[in-house]
Structure formats: C-alpha cells, structure tokens
Design a protein around this ligand. Structure first.
Ligand SMILES: [Zn+2]
Length: 293
C-alpha cells in the first residue's frame, strides 16, 4: 500500500492534499469564490501531475474539475468527490467533509493512471454539493449527471478520514441499526440505494480484502444517504455506490469549524483508498450488463 508517488508515499500524499484544501485554503464555497478557485487549481495541478488532461466544466458561476483515464476497453466508470465545504457555518474548513474524499479521489487517479482498468475512468471533483440542501439543481454533480455523457456506474467518495475505535462512537439514523451494525466507528461504509444492492454487495465483498472492517448499508426507503452527489446519479439512472465514514453519524466535528486536517486518521484514509481500489473492478464490470449480480 505504501507506494511511492513522486517522492511521497500514499499516506503522506493524502495528508498533504487534505492539509492543502482544509488548512492552507480553508473554507471553500460559493460565498468564497477565490477559495473555490484555489481548490480547483490544486486539484487540477495534481491531476496534471499524473499526466492527465484536465477539463473544467463550468455551470452557474462554479465549476467541476474533470480528467479521464482511458481504459483497455469500452465503458466508463465515474469516480467523484465534492471539493466545496459547508457554506452556512463560518470558518468550517471541511477536512473530513470532504477534503478527505478529494484526497482519496486524487490517490485513485494516480493508481488508475499507473494501472488502467478495463473501462475508462472519469475522475470528477464536484462543486457545491453542500449547496444541494437548498435545491439539488445547484450541485455540480447534478449538473454533470444531467449534461455529461452517462457513465455506466459511479463511485462517490464523501468523508473518509474519521475513525473511532471506542464502543458508542457510531450513531445511526434508525433505532434498529446499532443491532445490525454495532456502535464502533471503526469501519468503512459502502452505501447504496436498494436498487443497486447487488452491485453494492459485490463492492463490499471486494473492499473487505483491504485491512479494515467494511459494512454495507442498503435498504428500501432509506433517505439519509440519498442526499447530495449520490442522489444526482441515482436520479439519472446511473448505478451508484458511496464510500463514507458516515460523517454526521460518527464525526462530532461534522460541519463545524473544528473539522480540521489535524483531527483525521490518515491510516484509515489510505485503507479506504485501498478498499476503493479493490472495488473498482466490480464497478467496471458494466453493472447493466450480463455479469451484474
Ligand atoms: Zn460531503
């Protein structure tokens, strides 16, 4: 796992990316357009350093950052993470939510560039996921899902840097969930809509080969997980999986000024990258095709 990337191993690299976004740049949302632009510049330069051609997808005065890694065959898998931070809390730097997801996205971009998949991989950093609370059409993912060529599947990375081994550290949105999933916030969560449960189950099995506990969450009628970037692709008929530490249900610093880069568990974050990496062949199996479970 400790592969050397341009002189840094993966742990050092994800930490450097989170620090750049959350500490050096800090809060970044539509009310702070210069900070959003700096974040975009950082993401663009990191993707360029992988040898990728970077494209900016502008919408409503904001922009997504896109780079595509060609595959060995047909099909496209999208991997996305939002790079904005919450706009309605002053001074909230968004380290876990979602500099950690962007750092994982960049780490995966580097891995896929070195070792292409059977299908093409479209890497997208989304603007304004946090703004979707005031209307989903404001989100960069909503714009992308509605305008860009439809990918065959999507993987969303949202909050991947918080781990707490203590019993009672994990909360859940429904009373019965602690009985199923426990109360220790030490696992990676693979979440999906009921519609995509077969794909999610395969992804969770693959992710368990990383050295971390993985729990799969999919059930009919769920709502808390269907917000933000996952919803954008779900609505547009794309099979979509989200990888997360469950943010608000685990991290007491969620959407607060204390969501700082020095509070994250970077060992957990690189294990999440490894888990995502192990999931990619499942997601690249053309979920709509005959191999789908
Ligand atoms: Zn988020």
């Amino acid at each position: 796992m400790a592969e050397v990337v341009a002189g840094m191993n993966e742990v050092e690299q994800v930490r450097a990316d989170v620090e750049q976004l959350a500490t050096v740049i800090g809060p970044r949302h539509p009310g702070l357009p210069a900070a959003l632009e700096r974040a975009r510049d950082h993401i663009s330069s990191r993707l360029s350093a992988c040898g990728l051609e970077v494209r900016i997808e502008a919408f409503s005065g904001m922009a997504n950052v896109i780079a595509t890694v060609p595959g060995r065959g047909p099909g496209t898998l999208l991997i996305g993470a939002h790079y904005d931070s919450v706009p309605d809390v002053v001074g909230a730097p968004g380290a876990d939510d979602n500099a950690s997801g962007v750092a994982a996205l960049l780490a995966l971009a580097a891995r896929v560039t070195r070792e292409p998949l059977s299908c093409s991989v479209r890497i997208v950093a989304f603007a304004n996921e946090e703004g979707m609370r005031w209307g989903r059409e404001r989100g960069g993912s909503w714009h992308h899902a509605g305008h860009a060529p439809r990918p065959d599947a999507a993987l969303i990375l949202d909050a991947l840097g918080w781990c707490d081994l203590r019993p009672g550290s994990q909360a859940w949105p429904a009373w019965w969930m602690p009985w199923v999933h426990g109360t220790r916030g030490d696992f990676l969560c693979v979440q999906a809509a009921w519609r995509d449960r077969a794909l999610a189950r395969r992804c969770a099995s693959a992710a368990r080969r990383a050295q971390m506990p993985v729990r799969g969450c999919w059930w009919p009628g769920q709502t808390w997980q269907m917000m933000g970037d996952q919803e954008s692709f779900h609505h547009h008929g794309v099979p979509v999986i989200t990888l997360t530490d469950t943010d608000r249900f685990r991290n007491p610093r969620f959407h607060k000024p204390s969501d700082r880069s020095d509070t994250l568990d970077y060992g957990f974050l690189v294990r999440a990258v490894e888990a995502a990496w192990l999931m990619l062949p499942e997601l690249a199996r053309r979920p709509g095709g005959p191999t789908a479970g």
